[in-house]
Design a protein around this ligand. Structure first.
Ligand SMILES: [Zn+2]
Length: 398
């Protein structure tokens, strides 16, 4: 139960009740993929007449189609309701320090088109490139009506879309949402990549419907943590919740782009593993030039039997496990999903992570640690989910 905030509340109207019932109906149809009006009334407990009024409206707005007749034991054969996944075109942007990927999907977050380009250093150049990409997508798919854009990025943005913290991106504190909305002329939602990935797992992951406490951990240039607790994203003050990547592990550790030293992500990220491979680091001596600069290359070397490359991955795994154990003990999630290239070597890394988490957590813990499939493009799907949830999520009341 939430305390009502008297500085920011919304009173319930008859429209509120209608909106809630409409979203419940829409979610039932989405979940079951196809169901009859009678099934919907039975599952939801809504009156048949209420169901019919909602469905007629959803069909009128193009969200739902009523199609092929099904089988019935007796009486009139029911017609099945389906979600029209093409109702809204969604533009998804996965902004990473090196590469940006832009995709076009329906409300099922399946991409019909996508492209990638090197991320410009300058936000204005980035926005111009996004606008050019969107124009080319629209020209290629003139029948799709784009309703919104979701952007996942390696940093934190405040409630208005302004970048408040992005050490690995190195941009000034621009308002990413405003810049993009001006350029693409549609609503834009901007969110931390780990938060977006957590939402994507909630809406599209193959998890039980009742999952309410889920943590997404992105392992890339740094470490991002997205906290979805009690079914809701946790943003914290200044939207800075989840910055476990910058929790100090070693006071005297290597410097971090955030300005501190010895942060967790300096030990458990792709960049950290590359540094481990380069040799023992010491702040007093210049770092040995890394023999590999890309995490992909490190994985390839480990897979082809380079012992030092394998040890670098094992060391990353141990530090990843240490941090995940703290998340499990402190936040009691049901599920931790790991996102990033490291999941490609999960047969090596996973058992090390699991062993450390098991050793360091309480016996009551039920948390499962699950690697995501890189083929599902979790960050891009997360960006699309930012728009999807606006159409399917529960409306805010009180
Ligand atoms: Zn840091």
């Amino acid at each position: 139960m939430r305390k009502i905030d008297l500085t920011n509340f919304q009173v319930a109207t008859s429209e509120t009740a209608r909106q809630i019932n409409r979203r419940i109906a829409l979610n039932f149809i989405r979940h079951h993929q196809s169901m009859s009006r009678a099934d919907l009334a039975r599952h939801s407990g809504l009156q048949r007449s209420t169901v019919s009024a909602i469905i007629d409206q959803l069909i009128g707005e193009g969200w739902v189609t009523e199609g092929a007749t099904g089988q019935a034991a007796r009486g009139r054969r029911p017609r099945f309701l389906h979600l029209n996944v093409e109702r809204a075109g969604i533009l998804a942007v996965d902004l990473r320090p090196e590469t940006t990927t832009v995709g076009l999907s329906g409300v099922d977050a399946r991409f019909v088109r996508q492209t990638s380009w090197p991320t410009p250093n300058d936000p204005a150049a980035f926005v111009a490139e996004v606008a050019r990409t969107v124009a080319s997508f629209k020209a290629a798919h003139p029948q799709i009506v784009c309703e919104g854009m979701g952007v996942s990025l390696p940093g934190r943005v405040d409630g208005r879309g302004r970048l408040v913290f992005a050490p690995n991106l190195g941009w000034p504190p621009v308002n990413v949402k405003d810049l993009l909305e001006d350029a693409v002329k549609m609503p834009v939602v901007v969110e931390n990549a780990a938060n977006a990935c957590a939402l994507a797992e909630l809406w599209f992951g193959q998890h039980p419907e009742h999952v309410r406490h889920l943590i997404a951990v992105t392992v890339s240039e740094g470490i991002g943590v997205g906290l979805l607790l009690n079914g809701q994203l946790v943003h914290g003050s200044h939207s800075m919740a989840g910055e476990f990547g910058h929790v100090t592990v070693e006071d005297e550790g290597p410097p971090c782009p955030c300005g501190k030293s010895g942060c967790w992500e300096r030990y458990a990220s792709n960049a950290a593993a590359i540094q481990f491979y380069a040799g023992e680091r010491n702040d007093d001596s210049p770092a040995v030039a890394p023999a590999v600069t890309r995490f992909d290359d490190l994985i390839r070397r480990a897979e082809s039997g380079d012992r030092r490359a394998g040890e670098a991955l094992d060391r990353l795994a141990r530090y990843l496990g240490l941090g995940l154990a703290a998340l499990v003990t402190g936040l009691a999630p049901e599920l931790i999903v790991v996102i990033g290239e490291v999941t490609r070597v999960w047969t090596r890394v996973g058992p090390i992570v699991e062993a450390i988490v098991r050793k360091r957590t309480l016996t009551q813990s039920i948390a499962r640690i699950v690697p995501t499939d890189p083929a599902m493009q979790p960050r891009l799907r997360g960006a699309a989910t930012l728009v999807v949830q606006q159409h399917f999520g529960a409306p805010n009341v009180a």
